[in-house]
Design a protein around this ligand. Structure first.
Ligand SMILES: NC(=O)C1=CN([C@@H]2O[C@H](COP(=O)(O)OP(=O)(O)OC[C@H]3O[C@@H](n4cnc5c(N)ncnc54)[C@H](OP(=O)(O)O)[C@@H]3O)[C@@H](O)[C@H]2O)C=CC1
Ligand SMILES: O=C(O)C1=N[C@H](C(=O)O)C[C@H](O)C1
Length: 255
């Protein structure tokens, strides 16, 4: 018999509950009739509070330095995870895949960005990439952000680079022969990424494409952290039926 979540809500825990994103997630989960917030823990709290509370899905918005330890605990305890925390290198994803290989039925979903517009920006950029000889990315964030470039910009650069490689495109043209360190941004998979940190901003990304006589700019702006909540809740509701590792929201959005 299938479970009636209106009667028996999915039990959700939040890691990083006092942070900017974690607090917003606690509010969103509390407001959803089919979900029940059973634990919200932060720096210094015991991870066991999650098992004590019977959490079935845990959402992690903490810090790149601690997220792998958190996930090891959750996987060992058989708790599904939805992860927004950044810092997922190919090596980290491989580690996670091997942990999940021995935990049949368990799901972990990691999304570099839960905002629909950011997911579409990555998708549109992957489509546009093969038509333009030049591409650069500018990401713009609030100044309390720990990592640069953003996880979204890293992922955007990776999908663009993959599309360019498949189309046989060389590196973007660039005649710079004299440079003040950092003036041309960071190279991520051969794509230049520039990171702005500015009070007043939340999370923004611009992808600029160029060819002879034209440019195309794809821009997304998160003006409020509420923009991430529909994606987070979509992931929470679906992760128990998505065994293994899922990266990105694309499949859940039908992209
Ligand atoms: N995927 C997405 O859509 C989004 C991803 N992010 C990412 O999410 C992460 C968090 O962002 P944000 O909420 O802005 O950051 P915050 O610094 O506001 O929040 C992080 C919270 O986690 C706490 N924390 C740190 N270590 C632990 C631990 N070991 N266990 C439990 N809690 C811990 C912090 O405590 P303390 O401050 O005391 O260290 C803080 O309260 C970042 O990696 C960010 O890039 C952000 C927005 C959207
Ligand atoms: O730290 C943030 O704020 C954000 N982090 C994520 C990232 O690094 O891409 C997602 C979004 O950009 C907000």
């Amino acid at each position: 018999m299938s479970r009636d979540y209106a009667v028996d809500p999915l039990r959700v825990g939040v890691l990083g509950a006092k942070g900017k994103m974690g607090a917003e997630v606690c509010n969103a989960v509390s407001r959803a009739d089919d979900l029940s917030l059973v634990a919200g823990i932060d720096q210094g709290d015991r991870l066991e509070a999650l098992t004590d509370a019977g959490a079935e899905v845990v959402v992690d918005f903490t810090h790149p330095d601690v997220v792998m330890g958190n996930l090891e605990f959750l996987v060992n305890c058989g708790i599904h995870a939805v992860v927004g925390t950044t810092g997922f290198t190919a090596e980290r994803l491989a580690t996670l895949r091997s942990q999940l290989d021995v935990s049949p039925g368990l799901g972990v979903l990691i999304a570099p960005n839960f905002a629909i517009g950011a997911v579409l920006t990555m998708k549109f950029s992957a489509i546009a990439a093969k038509y333009y000889e030049s591409v650069e990315i500018i990401e713009l964030h609030h100044p309390r952000k720990a990592d640069a470039p953003s996880g979204t910009a890293m992922r955007t650069a990776q999908v663009i680079a993959a599309a360019r490689a498949e189309a046989g495109l060389p590196a973007s043209p660039d005649a710079t022969s004299q440079e003040v360190d950092g003036a041309r941004g960071a190279l991520v998979d051969d794509v230049r990424v520039h990171a702005i940190r500015l009070s007043g901003l939340i999370a923004h990304e611009e992808v600029l494409f160029g060819a002879d006589g034209e440019t195309l700019t794809i821009r997304h702006d998160s003006m409020d952290r509420k923009s991430f909540m529909p994606g987070v809740l979509l992931a929470v509701r679906n992760v128990p039926s998505l065994p293994g590792l899922t990266v990105g929201l694309d499949s859940l959005l039908g992209l």
